[in-house]
Design a protein around this ligand. Structure first.
Ligand code: FPP
Length: 240
């Protein structure tokens, strides 16, 4: 069933959980789950773009994920590096960046000063090169935490000399400045929590939890989630 445009979320957040369990159940190393997860992410982002969703935020690495074994951390950084490098190379070789051609902007949410320097540079380059694109925005949450986002915003506001702030000031100082809040947050793999994802921005987000592991998540699963979203009555505190 095709969902009417006005019933689609403008901004979806994905908490891509279950990569490790997906791999372990197949007798594979955990990193193979992340690899499949990265492929699935590309397909899901393409699908979101096709159906007319404007913003996608993917939770690629949290401020808490540093507690994982270094080998796994390096592998996740490697997947992101491969993806971003591929996009930057397309740009350098032909002048035609697939992302740019499709008018897709990439933004990084989080403090990337802690991640490997070469990856920081690749990310900064793709952000700069796609800065004017406005058909679709892919936010990559990297070393991102909702609490860190708020603390960083407060420090930015203090540094600007403000002594009193309102909700809009805080929104404008978050990593998502200028973007609409997520309307819909999908978490895969069965756990029912936000795990420090977009805490300020999710105040009125509709939440969707599925037992499907992220590497098994497909456009079919996304359609089911979008149908659930389309039926919801978003009241924002009003009576109906
Ligand atoms: C959670 O599953 C997943 C992550 C912490 C990493 C997600 C990263 C990717 C999908 C790759 C990102 C790549 C790009 C190109 C942005 P888990 O490991 O916690 O799974 P588990 O709960 O089953 O152990």
């Amino acid at each position: 069933m095709k969902i009417k445009k006005d019933k689609l979320p403008i901004h979806i957040g994905f908490i891509m959980d279950g990569n490790g369990r997906w791999a372990t159940r197949r007798g594979l190393p955990r990193k193979m789950g992340h690899k499949k997860g990265a492929d699935v992410l590309e397909k899901i982002v393409d699908y979101c773009f096709e159906v007319g969703i404007k913003y996608v935020t993917c939770f690629a690495f949290s401020t808490e994920n540093w507690k994982r074994p270094q080998e796994e951390i390096d592998y996740i950084f490697g997947l992101l590096r491969d993806y971003i490098k591929k996009q930057n190379e397309k740009n350098a070789s032909s002048g035609n960046n697939e992302l740019k051609q499709r008018n897709i902007k990439i933004c990084v949410l989080g403090d990337i000063s802690k991640i490997p320097e070469d990856l920081q540079k690749e990310l900064e380059k793709i952000e700069k090169d796609t800065d004017n694109c406005d058909a679709f925005v892919l936010n990559i949450a990297m070393n991102y935490g909702g609490r860190d986002d708020i603390v960083n915003a407060v420090n930015t506001l203090i540094a600007s000399g403000k002594t009193k702030v309102n909700e809009q000031d805080i929104s404008n100082a978050l990593y998502t400045k200028g973007m609409p809040d997520p309307d819909f947050i999908i978490r895969t793999a069965g756990d029912i929590r936000l795990s420090n994802f977009m805490l300020y921005q999710s105040a009125y987000a509709e939440l969707y939890f599925t037992k499907t592991f992220w590497p098994d998540f497909s456009p079919k699963h996304l359609n089911k989630a979008l149908n659930s979203y389309a039926k919801r009555n978003r009241k924002f505190g009003k009576l109906n």
